[in-house]
Design a protein around this ligand. Structure first.
Ligand code: C5P
Length: 312
C-alpha cells in the first residue's frame, strides 16, 4: 500500500487513551488458601497517583500488536526506559483485556502501554494495564458498559483489576476482587522505594503458606482503617531481607509508618509533608538496593479516559 493511502486510512481509524492508577494495600489480611489455591483476603486498597497509560490505535491489517514503553524512575535510572519490540503478545494483560471485550469484525489495533508502575512490584501494574485497556476499548467501540460491568469482566483477568477500575479507597474480599467502596477521602502522601528485581506474587503467597502465616480474617466492618498492616510482609521480607532496612531508613528520616506494598518488593512509607518526603527519598537514594523513588498522593480516581498522553 503506498504511503499516502496508508496515511489517509490511518486518519479514518480511531484512537483512544486511558489511564489507570496503581495501588497500595493499606491493609492486607490473608487467610489459609482455598481448594483453588487462592487465598481469601480482607484488604483495603488505596489508588495512588502513579499511572499506566494505554494508547489504543486502530490499524490496517489483521494482527493486534502491543508496544510497551517503560518510564520507571527515568531520572534515577535511564537504563530503565526502553521500548520493547512491537510483538503480538497474547499473554499481556492489556491484550487479554482487549480480547475480553472485542466485538466481532472490529479493526486490528496497536496497544501502546506507557508504564510507570514497576512490573512485579506489588502495586498492580499489570492489573492497571488491563483496567485502562477495558475502559479504553469500552469507549473506542461504544460498548456502553458500566464501571460495575467492566469490574466484573476485570475480575477474570486478575484479582486487582476491579480495584484499579474503581480507584479511590475500596475494601476487597474474596480474592480481593469483590469490592465495596468506602467513604474515606483523607488525603495521603506516600513515598515509594522501588527494587531492582520484582517479586512474583505466587512465590510470595507460596512462601506465606510455607511459613504458616495464615490468620483468621476480620469481618470487613471490624477493620480499623487508621493503621497499616500487611500479612504478606513477613513472607516478602523473608525472601528479600534487605527491604526491612528500606522501611527503617524511612522511619529514621521522619516517615510515620511503612509497609510492603501488596506482595512487594515496593516499600511504601506514609509521610506528613513534602519536606519529609524529600528527606526520605534522599536517604533512600543512598541505599544500594533502591532502584528509584517516587512521591505519590492517594486516594485518586480509578481508570479513566484521557485527552492526551502526559510528557514524561
Ligand atoms: O489474580 P492474580 O492473577 O493477580 O493472582 C496472581 C497469583 O497470586 C495467583 O495465581 C495466586 O497464586 C496468588 N493469589 C492468591 N490469592 C489471592 C490473589 C492472588 O493466592 N487472593
Amino acid at each position: 500500500m503506498n504511503t499516502s493511502i496508508l496515511q489517509r486510512l490511518r486518519r479514518l481509524l480511531a484512537s483512544i487513551i486511558a489511564r489507570a492508577p496503581g495501588k497500595v494495600n493499606r491493609i492486607l489480611r490473608v487467610g489459609a488458601p482455598a481448594d483453588d489455591g487462592y487465598h481469601p483476603l480482607v484488604t483495603v486498597f488505596e489508588a495512588v497517583s502513579l499511572y499506566e497509560y494505554v494508547h489504543i490505535e486502530e490499524m490496517p491489517g489483521t494482527v493486534d500488536y502491543i508496544v510497551t514503553v517503560c518510564y520507571l524512575n527515568q531520572a534515577e535510572d535511564p537504563e530503565a526506559t526502553h521500548i520493547a519490540a512491537a510483538i503480538p503478545d497474547v499473554d499481556h494483560l492489556a491484550m487479554r483485556a482487549l480480547q475480553a471485550l472485542r466485538p466481532p469484525a472490529t479493526p486490528a489495533v496497536r496497544i501502546t502501554v506507557h508504564k510507570s508502575i514497576p512490573t512485579a512490584g506489588g502495586m498492580a501494574g499489570g492489573s492497571a494495564d488491563a483496567a485502562a485497556t477495558l475502559v479504553a476499548v469500552n469507549a473506542l467501540w461504544c460498548l456502553g458498559l458500566s464501571s460495575d460491568e467492566l469490574q466484573q469482566i476485570g475480575r477474570s483477568l486478575g484479582a486487582d483489576v476491579p480495584a484499579c477500575i474503581a480507584g479511590g479507597v475500596t475494601v476487597g474480599v474474596g480474592r480481593g476482587d469483590v469490592l465495596e467502596s468506602i467513604d474515606d477521602n483523607v488525603d495521603h502522601h506516600w513515598v515509594l522505594a522501588f527494587s531492582y528485581q520484582g517479586l512474583s506474587t505466587p512465590a510470595v503467597f507460596a512462601q506465606f503458606d510455607r511459613l504458616n502465616l495464615a490468620r483468621d480474617l476480620p469481618r470487613k466492618h471490624d477493620i480499623d482503617l487508621h493503621y497499616l498492616t500487611n500479612d504478606l510482609a513477613a513472607a516478602a521480607l523473608s525472601l528479600r531481607p534487605e527491604l526491612e532496612e528500606i522501611g527503617n531508613v524511612a522511619l529514621e528520616a521522619g516517615a510515620q509508618q511503612w509497609i510492603v506494598s501488596g506482595s512487594g518488593p515496593t516499600i511504601a512509607a506514609l509521610v506528613g509533608d513534602e519536606a519529609t518526603a524529600s528527606r526520605v527519598r534522599a536517604a533512600w537514594a543512598l541505599l544500594p538496593n533502591v532502584r528509584g523513588t517516587c512521591s505519590v498522593r492517594g486516594p485518586v480516581t480509578g481508570a479513566e479516559l484521557c485527552e492526551k498522553l502526559p510528557s514524561w
